[in-house]
Design a protein around this ligand. Sequence first.
Ligand code: ZN
Length: 266
Amino acid sequence: MKPTGPRRRVALVAAAALVLLAATACSAADQPPRKPSPSKAAAHASVPVPTPTPTPTPTATAAGFDKHAMSIDDPASIWVAVNKPRPLNPLNYAPPSLVYPDVTYVNRQPMRPEVAEALVAMFHAGKAEAGLDFSVQSAYRSFESQTRVYDDDAARHGVAGADTDTARPGHSEHQTGLAVDISAVPAKCSLDACFAHTPQGEWLAANAWRFGFLLRYPADKVAVTGFTFEPWHFRYIGVPLATQLKQANVTTLEEFFGVPGGTEYH
Ligand code: ZN
């Protein structure tokens, strides 16, 4: 268990308040209840020993690509690098504009306009090229709704368990309006690692970059991103950067930009 700092106490008070309000608040949850996964059971059994994660060395890029063309610190930038040691600034950032693209939703949640445009193009291509149908499982979550999701997860699975797969408020890509969790239609393996082996999961993993999306939490980069494998979570970064990552065979923003990542909150 982590030391209980002021922020955690606030979160715990909020969690207690949520329990009291559960009768009316449950319907506001952003995601359906999930079955405990084997990895979560393991997280219960023992608190992981923190391992320091060295800051990755920035990756060389092809000639003509400017790594500094956009900010990785500004939460409004489509290149923003947000993770456990790199919170959004301000912590309660909200995008100025959010839209609902004309797609299928599990949870009707909006996203940034440029994300919506790219997502529609990607879903259309998946249908045209491979006959696949997709849905938006979840998209934008506000600071307040991320607080509810995180506190609910922590109440059920403990802080260590929650920290493996749910970002703390102010540390979530969903709060930027640039991240979309995608599910298959008909639903199969939603929000589960086995989504990677569905036709939709395989097609997205191979093709999302063409539309400016990055499979943000790859299976072999848990120590870098700080999150378990999430084959359903796609982060919009724009076509030029996604293409650059693909060509450089780099799969994380942390490695590409040489910024801190890892599983520890600072
Ligand atoms: Zn997600």
